[in-house]
Design a protein around this ligand. Structure first.
Ligand SMILES: *Cc1c(COP(=O)(O)O)cnc(C)c1O
Length: 392
């Protein structure tokens, strides 16, 4: 019997943070309870979404909001809203955009696997600029004039992927968008915490902003937020909600489309309520109370590794983000970071640590998803990987 009964699947220890591959963040009890309650009743999804939209608008400062099936779904819906507006004939066609403006300009350095979600709506991405820092060829990154120069007759919008050091700045890109009358769609999926970032890109003038609900917000793993200008959010809602109703009964501001491109990304009433509950908790600062305990867990791991061939460095909590422990293997360590990572995953229970810095010989321990007693297990298993010399 495992916690995943009736499936014969073993739980793992997630020391990697709220990543999708490992099931996201643990949902607080209040969220689970809200979802259980919601499961007992029936709801008009349209009305429930309207209520969730008002709550999202309150916390983001946007005109309107929508609970989605994750930030990637928000990207598809946001692109679909920009492409179709409130025209049901265009909604019906997507992702066929032949003959319509359908290009989204994006800084080349902001492209990632997630932009597939934008292309899925029928958009084509047009890249602009260079990152000469990454290329080792200079000191410059994508500049605002390069975004502007990529705009043409077929341009429908601008895609912007937010990070703390994104270039050009959101202000520069919004300025171009407003001057050229092109909406700016922002992927801010993982930009929380800090809580202030809920409002940051809307305040800067972005037209649509996407967040994950299953990362630091700790809502259902397959939930997300789309927020921004009311007509665009309304278009997104019309392209996601189930449209099987009489036009005479509709209160939509346009003839109602058939099921749209977002119908495949539907959100259940339980998820809408779960996301709303988690958003309230996140925005209230409630989660900050757990930070000292997370810090203590990491200290415990660092203390257990003292005297071993590793260097531990603690990145303290900033702006409500979880603290993080970096364990860097010295040259004298008996295994590489890649080998240690593989061994931890191969053991029972499997332990997954942050793997972004393995090539710098560093394991990153993220405490958000750790449960009681797991820090001790991680320390113990790390010690085991560091004592035996495996090389023949
Ligand atoms: C996590 C992430 C996404 C996808 O978010 P989901 O909520 O898992 O759909 C998109 N973009 C970026 C930058 C992300 O970090």
């Amino acid at each position: 019997m495992t916690i995943f009964d009736p499936l014969d699947a073993e739980p793992i220890i997630n020391a990697c943070g709220p990543v999708t591959r490992l099931g996201g963040a643990p949902m607080p009890l209040q969220v689970l309870e809200a979802m259980r309650r919601a499961a007992e009743g029936a709801a008009s999804l349209e009305r429930l979404q309207a209520a969730a939209g008002r709550l999202i608008a309150k916390h983001t400062g946007a005109e309107a909001g929508l609970a989605t099936a994750g930030a990637a779904a928000s990207l598809t819906l946001g692109a679909a809203a920009i492409l179709a507006g409130l025209d049901p004939a265009k909604m019906e066609r997507l992702p066929d955009t032949s003959g319509l403006p359908h290009e989204f300009v994006v800084a080349r350095e902001q492209r990632s696997g997630y932009d597939h979600a934008v292309r899925a709506a029928g958009a084509r991405l047009v890249e602009a600029g260079f990152n000469e820092l990454v290329a080792g060829a200079g000191v410059r990154r994508t500049e605002a004039w390069e975004i502007e120069a990529a705009i043409g007759e077929r341009t429908a919008g601008i895609l912007y992927v937010a990070a703390s050091d994104s270039r050009p700045t959101i202000a520069e890109v919004v300025e171009i968008g407003q001057r050229r009358q092109l909406p700016v769609l922002v992927d801010a999926a993982g930009q929380l915490p800090p809580r202030e970032n809920l409002k940051k890109h809307i305040a800067a003038g972005a037209d649509l902003v996407c967040f994950s609900g299953g990362k630091a917000i700790r809502g259902p793993q397959s939930s997300g937020i789309l927020c921004g200008r009311a007509p665009l959010v309304q278009s997104a809602a019309l392209q996601m909600l189930d449209m099987d109703d009489h036009p005479e009964l509709s209160q939509a501001p346009c003839p109602i489309p058939r099921h749209g491109i977002g119908r495949a990304m539907k959100v259940s009433k339980e998820e809408i309520v779960g996301l709303a509950t988690a958003l309230e908790l996140f925005a209230s600062g409630e989660y900050d109370r757990e930070l000292p305990e997370m810090h203590a867990s990491l200290e415990q791991i660092a203390a257990a590794l003292r005297g071993r061939p590793v260097d531990c460095s603690m990145q303290p909590s900033v702006g409500g983000a979880a603290p993080v422990l970096r364990v860097t293997l010295r040259e004298s360590a008996p295994r590489t970071a890649m080998e240690v990572c593989r061994m931890l995953r191969a053991g029972t229970p499997a332990i997954f640590v942050g793997h972004a810095e393995l090539h710098q010989r560093t394991l990153v321990i993220h405490p958000l998803c750790l449960r009681e007693g797991e820090a001790e297990q991680i320390a113990q298993r790390l010690l085991e990987t560091l004592v035996v010399a495996p090389r023949h």
